[in-house]
Design a protein around this ligand. Structure first.
Ligand code: 3PG
Length: 328
């Protein structure tokens, strides 16, 4: 069969900037579409547990299709590997659901400013696990904290529940990354996309029963309201379906490209992605942006650049495995 080739493996050289730009461009495009469709879907049907489950279901079915058609080789799994998936799968499930809760309450642009604060959680949680980053890395997160605080106090869409959702998702994604590094240390032969596919399936299995318990009794009424608000069933289905397809697609592009992108380039590219998503969604949703809010957001995103530089010091030349540890 023809092996499904990672996008970035088609890049002739690492420094082939045109092709690298094409991969980043595709990733940004898919991510912008996901953010718009997710906001639309959750605006019509504010049940984040079900929408998050559906998005993971789309990804799981997509991966099953790739494996069944042998476009992507099926990973060799054993009991130990399945057990290793349990921790990262749990944090992925809670992290994604919390992000969807934030989407129901806050402007997408503000969510991305808060998500940019993930390095702050990373340094603290890593320290709690006994590994202390050098002082310059701690100092590099100060602009992120200051920028997020300024953006939060001046945010027009501010909502405490939404902010909690975004913060919990940050904590969960950091924990997912830490436990992925530990759990998958001995599974380096499993490629990033397969690992992501397996984590999606485990997360889905965690989420479905909890989603039914937490909000299942409201779904029917919510569905009728959503159809009425959308104007037609097909337009509601389209937003929900696109949110699921693009959630998987942007992650697939990312995980296929990760092995070819250095950690520093990835961190810088990720910060740029937030800038693109913030600008695109402010335009699409016509969110009001106060000047101080823009300053705070810019400071937070700039802080992530500083953090990338600080963490890159001493790492040069080392090829880091970034499987699911996409953030850092
Ligand atoms: C998710 O649910 O996975 C988030 O929307 C992704 O968040 P990120 O854009 O901060 O990676």
């Amino acid at each position: 069969y023809v092996k499904y080739k990672p996008l970035a493996a088609k890049l002739p050289k690492k420094n082939d900037t045109v092709k690298l730009a094409a991969v980043f461009g595709l990733w940004y495009f898919q991510n912008v579409i996901f953010n718009i469709c997710n906001k639309k879907a959750l605006g019509l049907f504010p049940y984040p547990w079900l929408i998050a489950s559906f998005q993971l279901l789309v990804g799981s079915l997509w991966m099953t299709g790739l494996w069944a058609t042998k476009l992507q080789p099926f990973p060799r799994v054993n009991r130990k590997f399945l057990l290793a998936l349990l921790g990262p799968g749990l944090f992925h499930a809670i992290g994604h659901t919390s992000a969807c809760i934030a989407f129901t309450k806050l402007a997408v642009s503000f969510i991305h400013v808060i998500n940019a604060s993930e390095p702050c959680f990373s340094v603290v949680i890593t320290a709690l696990h006994g590994h202390f980053y050098p002082i310059h890395i701690w100092l590099s997160v100060i602009p992120i904290v200051a920028g997020c605080a300024l953006a939060a106090v001046t945010e027009a869409s501010f909502n405490a529940a939404g902010l909690w959702g975004a913060l919990v998702s940050n904590v969960c994604f950091v924990l997912r990354n830490i436990y992925s590094k530990q759990s998958f240390y001995e599974y380096k032969h499993i490629d990033g996309l397969n690992l992501y596919g397996c984590i999606s399936i485990v997360s889905l299995l965690y989420l479905i029963p909890v989603a039914v318990i937490v909000e299942g009794r409201h779904w029917l009424q919510g569905y009728q309201t959503a159809i009425a608000a959308a104007g037609s069933p097909s337009s509601f289905y389209t937003w929900v379906l696109l949110s699921g397809v693009f959630y998987h697609l942007y992650n697939q592009t990312l995980y296929q490209a990760l092995d070819e992108i250095s950690p520093l380039r990835f961190s810088v590219g990720d910060a740029m992605r937030r800038v693109v998503v913030i600008i695109a969604t402010v335009i699409v949703f016509r969110n009001p942006v106060r000047p101080l809010n823009a300053v705070g957001s810019a400071m937070a995103i700039f802080g992530t650049f500083l953090y990338s530089q600080a963490t890159a010091v001493g790492k040069k030349g080392k090829k880091k495995r970034q499987m699911i540890t996409k953030k850092r």
